[in-house]
Each structure stands twice: as C-alpha cells, then as structure tokens.
Design a protein around this ligand. Structure first.
Ligand code: ZN
Ligand code: ZN
Length: 288
C-alpha cells in the first residue's frame, strides 16, 4: 500500500457538517433520556447489537477491512448496510481509515492516536480535516477491493440515507420515543463505544504482544463492543477473526462468527495457530 497522501491528522479545518451533525445527535440523545419507555429501550439494544456488533465488529472491521473470513455477497452487503446505521461513514471510508490506522499505528500519519491527545484520539479527530466521508475517489485507493463493487461505492457516497430511512420507519411505527432511542441515543452510545477502541485501548490495559504500537487489551471495552477491546491481540494478529484469544477473553463477535461458520453462512475463517501466537507473545514478566 502506498504511503498516506491525505493528511488525516490536519487540524487546520473544522469539518462543519460532522460537527453540527454530532452536536444535534448528542443533544437529542440527552432529550431521549426524558422519553424512556421499555419498548424504546429494547429497540435501542437490538439496534446496538445489530449495528455495532454486526455492522462494525463483524462487518466493517473483521470482514471489509481485514478479510478475516469469507461469506456470500448478500451477507457482506447486509453487514455493510448495518455499518452505515452507526453514522461512522460508509464502508469505503471506514475501511480506508482503519487500514491507514494499522499502517501507521501510533506513529506519524495515524488518524487517531492518543499520542496526539486523549480527546483527539477519542472524538476530536472526527471533527477536523476535509469532508471525505463520501469521497470514494480519494479513499478508494486504500480499499481497491471494495471499490470494485458498485454497491459499496454508492453506499459510501450516500452513507447517511439508510439511517434517515430507519429513523422515518421508527417514527412511523413507534413514535418519538422509538426515534429518539433507536436513532439518536443509540448512535451516540455506539459512536463512543467504537471511539473507545481508538482511545482507551491505545492507553489503558494489558499488553500480551510486543507490537510496534501502544495497543492494549481492555476487558471493559471488549464488553461494550462485542469483543473489539482485545486490541493488543488484534494489532499483533490483524487478520485473525478471533480477537479474544483465550476462553476468558470474551469475544461475542468471534462466537457469532463460529456460529455462522457452523451454519455454513461464513467460511475460510482465519485463526492464528498456537505457534504464531507464542511467537509474538511478550515474556511473562513484561506482559503487564
Ligand atoms: Zn488500534
Ligand atoms: Zn483492525
């Protein structure tokens, strides 16, 4: 892959569309707290699982970015659609940004390293720079595999449309409480859960592997993100479909991939061997 030509770490220009959208979402997430109903909370929980667990964990991250397993085009497209419902951009944008993160982790060119500040790595990085969310021409060279699919190009250009349609559907079926919980509060919670993988798991937790970045394993981020918190494991073995590498490292996304493999819905699931894991492990005394 070529070196980064776009400066994702630029702070010269505020991305106003993103800043205004995120401000509105955070404001309405607070309003949602005053309109809580049991059914609205249930809708939000189901959508959090679908969008963060399937869309980001199983889709954008382990499938579209790292290709850690194979599946049918239909399932790929379905996970990508779930991913757009998180307001984290379309599949080409997300994949490009995340591949650049792995290429430059915690070094010059990493879009979101805590070495540039804790809050920068958590959310401020999203508010600066050029509006590239829908720019498949610029981003496409980091995700040429996705660019071959017209579906991904169109979905990236119009990534916010599925969320708008979902919002209208929720409003029609369940009224304002469903809209507030199922879209605004749920999206804000999901954003912060994903952002914690960029901030907290490059700051706090254990290191089992000697990676060239600051990545850590965090059990509480893993709980919030269906297994994405075993981030030091992931940086050491980026193409592994399994992030929690031992039974006590709960990785719900891995368990779901195993279930889908058993059902024949996914195949060619990549998991590192014991020797590969041992080869990259830190000596016990420094693994803290
Ligand atoms: Zn990372
Ligand atoms: Zn990754």
């Amino acid at each position: 892959m070529e070196t980064t030509e776009i400066d994702f770490t630029s702070r010269d220009r505020i991305s106003w569309v993103t800043a205004i959208a995120f401000s509105i979402f955070h404001g309405l997430a607070i309003v949602a707290l005053f309109h809580a109903t049991w059914d609205a909370v249930l809708v939000a929980v189901v959508l959090h699982w679908t969008c963060i667990g399937w869309g980001i964990g199983m889709g954008y991250h382990r499938l579209h970015t790292h290709r850690s397993y194979k599946t049918s085009k239909f399932v790929e497209y379905f996970f990508a659609l779930c991913g757009t419902l998180t307001l984290q951009g379309g599949p080409v944008f997300w994949t490009a940004l995340h591949r650049i993160h792995h290429q430059n982790s915690d070094h010059a060119g990493d879009p979101h390293t805590p070495r540039d500040g804790k809050w920068w790595s958590h959310m401020l990085w999203t508010l600066f720079g050029e509006e590239l969310h829908g720019d498949t021409e610029v981003l496409g060279k980091y995700a040429p595999d996705l660019m071959q699919h017209r579906f991904y190009r169109v979905l990236t250009r119009w990534h916010w449309v599925p969320l708008v349609l979902l919002g209208l559907g929720l409003l029609a079926v369940g009224g304002w409480s469903w809209l507030l919980w199922g879209v605004f509060l749920r999206v804000v919670v999901g954003l912060h859960c994903t952002w914690l993988v960029n901030s907290a798991t490059h700051l706090w937790g254990n290191r089992r592997f000697a990676t060239k970045d600051d990545s850590r394993n965090s059990w509480w981020v893993a709980l919030l993100t269906f297994g994405e918190g075993w981030h030091n494991n992931h940086h050491a073995h980026p193409t592994s479909a399994r992030h929690g590498l031992v039974w006590r490292e709960l990785d719900l996304t891995w368990l779901q991939i195993k279930l889908l493999a058993w059902l024949g819905i996914v195949w060619d699931v990549y998991e590192p061997t014991k020797d590969q894991i041992a080869g990259k492990s830190l000596p016990l005394e420094s693994a803290v």
